[in-house]
Design a protein around this ligand. Structure first.
Ligand code: RTP
Ligand code: MG
Length: 136
């Protein structure tokens, strides 16, 4: 059964010119792009997207960062799409957790500036795809 997941190239990835690199890795893995858009993120959308982190120490910095410049939002499809993209992304901390060969492991240095987002489960993916692409 096929599955959809939400991918974001965060503002650091866009400003560093890594959009093509991320898209290329998604395509080479065998995942399929079904939506792709450059957009500015309103505070309200950022709050809903990261609702699970409300109240945490890094929450305000996270919201400021994700609304600081354009992101590329994509819906990606394939068998086990959420897990497949999380593997491409690597662990949250680009130095301590992300393996070399992953997007964060190859291009990231700091937890806050970890380049990409991927939904963390099929259930999160369903919620996030609806949130970002309600007409899809
Ligand atoms: P994401 O949601 O962005 O795909 O990242 P993730 O699942 O790997 O990590 P998550 O725990 O959901 O955290 C969301 C984002 O918050 C920032 N963060 N900063 N300073 C910190 O300790 C800290 N912890 C998390 C990261 O940018 C992380 O991607
Ligand atoms: Mg997360």
């Amino acid at each position: 059964m096929t599955e959809r997941t939400l991918v974001l190239v965060k503002p650091d990835g866009v400003s560093r010119g890594l959009v093509g690199e991320v898209i290329s890795r998604i395509e080479r893995k065998g995942l399929k792009l079904v939506a792709l858009e450059l957009r500015n993120v309103e505070r309200d959308l950022a709050e809903q997207h990261y609702a699970e982190h409300a109240g945490k120490g890094f929450y305000e910095d996270l919201l400021s960062f994700i609304t600081s410049g354009p992101v590329v939002a994509a819906v990606v499809e394939g068998p086990r799409a959420a897990a497949a993209f999380r593997q491409l992304a690597g662990g949250t901390d680009p130095v301590e957790k992300a393996a070399t060969g992953s997007i964060r492991g190859d291009f990231g240095m700091e937890v806050q500036y970890n380049l990409v987002h991927g939904s963390d489960s099929p259930e999160s993916a369903e919620r996030e795809v609806k949130l970002w692409f309600p007409d899809l």
